[in-house]
Every structure is written in structure tokens, then in C-alpha cells.
Design a protein around this ligand. Structure first.
Ligand SMILES: C=C(O[C@@H]1C=C(C(=O)O)C=C[C@H]1O)C(=O)O
Length: 364
């Protein structure tokens, strides 16, 4: 390509960037106007709601539907995700607590869902995230809820039994683990591998094949594992890209998870009810009396009404020995007439029924 051609193309890009810049600024001014309208239409004593997850899901979906390339739909939606995040921050910067420390997959999930223009706060444990949200110190919390290889995150499910929380969103992340070492690690003398118990489990076969006699040490998070390795000559960590970058570690082996489709689902928790978008999910907790056929009774109304169950999990109820609660996710919104009918039917049979929230299905 000639120098002249290159110069002409760069001039075109400069001109386009100017237009993009002007359009983004115009969009941001619109968001400021939206904030003004929201404030002006408040009733006496009413708190303004700036963040509207249902609207954001619709914006992203529209972008993906209309995108003609060459950028892929997900790539384009990610760009718009960040533009919206910045526009919302002009209205009100969101405060988000997540399962920390910095560099965890939960932080990556928080950024994927809310974008980077949020004030984020790492918490030491899942229960702390719930408490921070309940105390009103942050607007939302982000916690892992299930992994495609290892199943439920029980700490999260149990925390829902203890706190009154509304689920207002979900996000899924593909989880890639790497074996990481620090500058001072002697790679032929590794005698200890740190990681979170879930991640050690997700890489069990790989570890059995490559480091069968090395001690596996479970720590509170992958980021904590990465942090420890930094100063030790005989240890390695299993963690993801964010932790590797944050602690300046190098990859001795990449993508070592046993299943290539290894993914984790995260929930956004808060106190805000989300209106329907037409493509929603609902999460409920139900406890049934301990009698034969109780689970069957619980599931029949879903089947009869053609409602798609996406997940069912059982946990001890913590209020009596050998009594259980069911965590159920299904497609639909609790305001849909069909879903309403099913929930009414179930509540007639159940000892207790709690709707944890209806929220847009993950777009990204
Ligand atoms: C602009 C609004 O407020 C926020 C910002 C949005 C955006 O930038 O598109 C969308 C929804 C809200 O989270 C709105 O409610 O429309």
C-alpha cells in the first residue's frame, strides 16, 4: 500500500472520529436530560432511579440486531456497554460491591455487566457483598452463583436465605485458568499450587496429569493465590488473565481448565425491582413440606403451563434437620399473567415462597 493511500485513509478515520466524538457527546447530553426529567417527575419523598437494567438490555439487543459488521455483535455491544456506562455515570455513578480482591473473575463479571464507569468495591467474602448491599453502602453487589463444571456456589445460595435481596441481573463469563508463576519462581521446583477450591476442582484432571505430586492449597480467591505467588520461589497459582496482569505473573501453561466450555454465571443483587423486557428470567426460593411427592407437586404447574425451567438446586433449609429449600430459575417475568398463575398455584402448596427477582436474560 502506498504512503499516499495510507495518508488518505487516516484522514478519513480522523474525520469519522470527529463525527463519532460529536455523536457520543450528543448521546451523553441526552442522558443528562433524562436525569433532569427523572428528577422533575419525582413525587414528594420519592428517590430517583437512574439505572434501568431493562432499558440497557433493550439498547444492547437493538445494537446487536442492527449491527451489519465488520465488527461482531458481541464486540459492538461491548463498545455500547461502555458508552452507556459512562452516560449513566453522568446521571449517577453506580457503586458496586463484588467478591474481591481486585483481579477476581467476579470483578471481570461486574465490569462486563455494568461497564467500567462505576465505583467498584472489593469485599472479602460473598456474605460481605450481601451485607454491603443490605446496609445501603453500595447500589449493587455481584456474586458468583454457578459454574458449568463445578455446580452451585453454596455460599451465595445460603446468603439468599439470610438476606432480603432482589436479583436484578445476570451475566455469564467464560472462565479460562492459567498456571502462573512469578519472577523468582524456579519452574522445575514447584512444590505448591495455590488457587480457589472451585478453580482447583475445575483443573483437577490437568493437575493430575502434569503436577500429580504437588500440594494443592485452597485459598480465598484466585487473586489471593496470584498475590501469594509473587514473592515465593517454589509455588505457582491458578488464576485468570486479570489476576495475572494485576500481579505481573507469567503464564507457564494457558487455558488449563478441564472443560473448554467452563463458564460461571454471576448475579447482580440490589433492592430494585426490574420491569419486564419480554426476554426475562425469574429466580425463586420455595420450601415444601417434607412429604412424598412434594417436588413433583412443585414442578407440575411449570410443566402444565409450558414454562421453561433453567435450573433447580436444593439446599438444607437451616431451620430444621433434613428439611430443604429449592432454588428455581425459569424463563419469564413474575408479572407475566402465566407466571403469576403458576406462582399462586405453588404458594398454595408451599410452606414458603419467595420471589428473588425477575431480570433480563444476559445479553452479553
Ligand atoms: C438514559 C437513561 O438512563 C440510564 C442510561 C442509559 C443509556 O445510556 O442508554 C440507559 C438506561 C439507564 O441506565 C434512561 O433511563 O433512558
Amino acid at each position: 500500500m502506498s504512503e499516499q493511500e495510507l495518508k488518505a485513509l487516516r484522514l478519513r478515520i480522523d474525520a469519522l472520529d470527529e463525527k463519532v466524538l460529536e455523536l457520543i457527546s450528543e448521546r451523553a447530553r441526552c442522558a443528562q436530560e433524562v436525569a433532569r426529567v427523572k428528577m422533575a417527575s419525582l413525587a414528594e419523598g420519592e428517590v430517583p432511579v437512574f439505572y434501568r437494567p431493562e432499558r440497557e438490555a433493550q439498547v444492547l439487543k437493538r445494537v446487536m440486531e442492527r449491527n451489519k459488521g465488520p465488527l461482531g455483535n458481541e464486540e459492538m455491544a461491548r463498545l455500547f456497554r461502555e458508552i452507556m456506562s459512562s452516560c449513566l455515570a453522568l446521571e449517577q455513578p453506580l457503586k458496586v460491591a463484588y467478591l474481591g480482591p481486585e483481579g477476581t473473575f467476579t470483578q471481570a463479571a461486574a465490569m462486563k455487566h455494568f461497564g467500567h464507569a462505576v465505583i467498584s468495591k472489593p469485599m472479602a467474602a460473598i456474605d460481605e457483598v450481601f451485607r454491603e448491599v443490605a446496609a445501603g453502602a453500595v447500589n449493587f453487589g455481584v456474586v458468583p452463583v454457578e459454574n458449568s463444571t463445578e455446580g452451585a456456589v453454596n455460599h451465595t445460595l445460603d446468603s439468599f436465605l439470610e438476606h432480603d435481596m432482589v436479583i436484578c441481573g445476570e451475566v455469564e463469563l467464560r472462565i479460562h485458568h492459567h498456571l502462573l508463576v512469578g519472577e523468582s519462581t524456579k519452574t522445575d521446583s514447584i512444590s505448591r499450587i495455590y488457587s480457589h477450591a472451585q478453580s482447583l476442582a475445575q483443573c483437577r484432571k490437568w493437575l493430575d496429569a502434569h503436577y500429580p505430586n504437588v500440594e494443592r492449597v485452597a485459598v480465598s480467591s484466585n487473586a489471593e493465590a496470584a498475590k501469594r505467588v509473587k514473592g515465593e520461589w517454589n509455588s505457582a497459582a491458578i488464576a485468570g488473565d486479570m489476576a495475572a496482569g494485576l500481579y505481573g505473573l507469567t503464564r507457564l501453561a494457558e487455558k488449563i481448565e478441564d472443560r473448554p466450555d467452563n463458564s460461571t454465571r454471576f448475579l447482580m443483587i440490589g433492592s430494585q425491582e426490574v420491569p419486564p423486557t419480554g426476554d426475562d428470567k425469574t429466580s425463586i426460593i420455595v420450601s415444601m413440606s417434607n412429604k412424598p411427592g412434594a417436588l413433583h407437586e412443585l414442578l407440575v404447574p411449570f410443566h402444565d403451563n409450558g414454562i421453561d425451567l433453567t435450573r433447580i438446586e436444593t439446599r438444607p433449609s437451616r431451620s430444621g434437620k433434613w428439611t430443604y429449600v429449592f432454588f428455581i430459575d425459569f424463563v419469564g417475568h413474575h408479572r407475566d399473567p402465566l407466571v403469576k398463575g403458576v406462582l399462586e398455584k405453588i404458594s398454595q402448596e408451599a410452606v414458603a415462597l419467595k420471589v428473588l427477582g425477575s431480570y433480563p436474560k444476559a445479553v452479553l
